[in-house]
Design a protein around this ligand. Sequence first.
Ligand SMILES: Nc1ncnc2c1ncn2[C@@H]1O[C@H](COP(=O)(O)OP(=O)(O)OP(=O)(O)O)[C@@H](O)[C@H]1O
Length: 216
Amino acid sequence: MGEPVVRCTGVVVRFGATTALDGVDLVVWPGELVAVTGHSGAGKTTLLGVLAGLVRPAEGEVVVGGVRVTGLAAAVGAGVSLVPQGNGLAAVLTARENVLVPLLARGVDAGAAPARATAALDAVGLGEVHDHLVEELSGGQQQRVAVARGLALAGPVLLADEPTSELDHTNREVVLRLLRARADGGAAVVMATHDPEAAAAADRVLHLDDGVAVPG
Ligand SMILES: Nc1ncnc2c1ncn2[C@@H]1O[C@H](COP(=O)(O)OP(=O)(O)OP(=O)(O)O)[C@@H](O)[C@H]1O
């Protein structure tokens, strides 16, 4: 049966007196799209942060592709990419540059990277605005640039934090279809969401309640 891509065991995260995650276990296999749901403040972003090596747990461990994730460098090395909440785009770069720069930073061949960036932007329906500055784009367009950036990285683990929150129905379906396709291609995809339609598109739901995983 092979190995899961992501194995998260007994993860506890505390921010001062707040316990954001309280012993969370999560296993994700290649080909799975998992939705993480829960009320605002339940710990969804924190969990994705732990998987992305951005948040260090007080207890427990995360293993991705057989590598223990001890920080950002380990997560990047294991091929984790994150579509962050708030998109994390550089406003003064173009849509295309926002997708291209991380590809080059991760060592994608400079000859191949531009076509990959273009294809990812086309896939999310942004063919017309490749060369527009991000600050000139609408919130929904910016969100799709962030999704394109995550998709273009094409690693074995794609994390997406509320990737459809700014989108209309049509674009939400486009993004969900792309995440589904990425999982069908063998990646492990983990998506935090408040959107019941997005959760319904997942193979499985991990529901968090005040940092505790509860049966969905
Ligand atoms: N950097 C931080 N410093 C202090 N507390 C934090 C920090 N990040 C998160 N928290 C707290 O941890 C808890 C979980 O927050 P988290 O952002 O993971 O929730 P969430 O489920 O993603 O919420 P939302 O749906 O609103 O994005 C909250 O109580 C939050 O206030």
